[in-house]
Design a binder for this molecule. Structure first.
Ligand code: CA
Ligand code: CA
Length: 401
């Protein structure tokens, strides 16, 4: 599984320059090569931090095979779609391209290509590519255009959100692939995401959610995954710095760990406190680009398949020799660091109601972090608005504007 913390060094260097100019939300920066985003932004610099500044204007989301979900298929966001089809599936990258991207490829995949396509209507929805980029709709998807109404949305302050469902307090193992912060057993206070979605009011047609972070990271959970409380294994003690010195990679922040005793079952949670301390509010680090801090709300998703902590994928061979084989890096272990995303600003409940499109959560991302707000949009039940407690701050845009 892919984890996020590890940003490639050259991506870092490139981000530093951009971030100093403009510490805004922008296309996710975990990849070595962002030349296509750069081409779009060099023609439209004012669109930095808007929906045009995303891999999604060219790479599609879709449905992929997944034995674990009911029906054997799952709907995934554009990030996971490419990782499933192109990275893990070793398929053709062109399967991930929409009609705008195919035109862009055909005319040379360059800044010139973006210019040349300005007055073309690649997806034949009646709006030119340039108008769509400027209005924040997708130039490669006919279902997204300025004439399509926004999906229903409700905005909550984090404080109000917490009050919508019982607060849980659970120790969870977070196993990362190659994060510098290692693996951890911490106590988390938060709400079951499924309980929150019930309180927000999701429609019967909804099957999954995309969790959207301020830095453009997207992660999809199916409702089947959210409904469950997942069994966890007993903690594996003795893998910290105390015992293994520089090779130690596991932190034991929870005071409730007992060797041999399984951790309690846990659902996927929206979390606001770790080991008794509120999460530090995420912000964009002007020097490096990526988000610093995880709050005010992050996801903690327990492992869906129990596996013990394992060394980082990039750990030194000398460290591997010091630990039992079961705790050396195992590709096949579940690394739930990638599903436990943070700096959350929006939740897309999918599939969107027919004839509606994404709200612009990107342009609002920095403000959402500052104001501690989260917008839920997509397959929401309009009738639920009246049922929401009066303390809850909300807006509802269901109708065409
Ligand atoms: Ca169009
Ligand atoms: Ca369109």
């Amino acid at each position: 599984m892919i984890t996020r913390r590890a940003v490639l060094p050259f991506a870092l260097a490139a981000c530093a320059v951009v971030a100093m100019l403009s510490p805004l939300h922008s296309a996710y920066k975990g990849h070595a090569d962002n030349r296509d985003i750069a081409a779009v932004l060099s023609v439209y610099p004012a669109l930095k931090g808007t929906p045009a500044d995303s891999c999604a204007i060219c790479h599609v989301s879709g449905v992929v095979r997944d034995q674990a979900s009911s029906g054997g298929m799952r709907r995934v966001n554009h990030c996971d779609y490419c990782h499933a089809v192109f990275v893990r599936g070793k398929g053709d990258i062109r399967q991930t391209l929409n009609r705008f991207a195919l035109d862009y490829l055909a005319v040379g995949r360059s800044t010139e290509a973006v210019r040349a396509l300005a007055s073309k209507d690649s997806d034949a929805d009646g709006f030119t590519n340039e108008v769509e980029l400027q209005k924040g709709t997708n130039p490669g998807d006919a279902a997204s255009s300025p004439s399509v109404p926004l999906a229903p949305s409700k905005t909550y302050t984090v404080a109000a959100l917490r009050g919508l469902a019982p607060v849980l307090d659970l120790p969870v193992l977070v196993n990362t692939t190659k994060s510098r912060s290692g693996d951890s057993y911490n106590d988390y206070r938060g709400n079951s995401l499924w309980a929150l979605l019930q309180a927000v009011g999701v429609s019967e047609t909804a099957t999954s959610v995309d969790i959207l972070s301020a830095d453009g990271y997207e992660y999809t959970f199916t409702f089947d995954e959210l409904k469950r409380s997942w069994p966890q294994g007993p903690p594996v003690m003795g893998l910290g710095k105390q015992e293994l010195g520089a090779c130690g990679w596991v932190s034991y922040g929870s005071p409730r760990l007992e060797a041999g005793k399984p951790l309690p079952n846990a659902p996927v949670m929206f979390v606001f406190e770790e080991n008794g301390k509120p999460l530090q509010k995420a912000r964009f680090d002007e020097a490096t680009g990526p988000l610093v801090g995880q709050g005010p709300v992050r996801v903690i998703a327990p492992q869906f398949r129990i596996s013990p902590p394992d060394l980082s994928q990039t750990a030194d061979a000398s460290c591997s020799e010091k630990v039992a084989p079961a705790y050396r890096f195992h590709e096949e272990y579940e690394h739930n660091g990638g599903s436990s995303s943070y700096g959350i600003v929006a939740v897309r409940v999918t599939p969107l109601p027919r004839g509606t499109r994404d709200v612009d959560w990107q342009s609002a991302a920095v403000r959402s972090l500052e104001n501690e707000e989260i917008v839920f949009f997509g397959a929401l039940r309009a009738s639920e608005v009246r049922l929401t407690p009066p303390s809850v701050e909300r807006r509802f845009h269901g109708a065409p504007r």
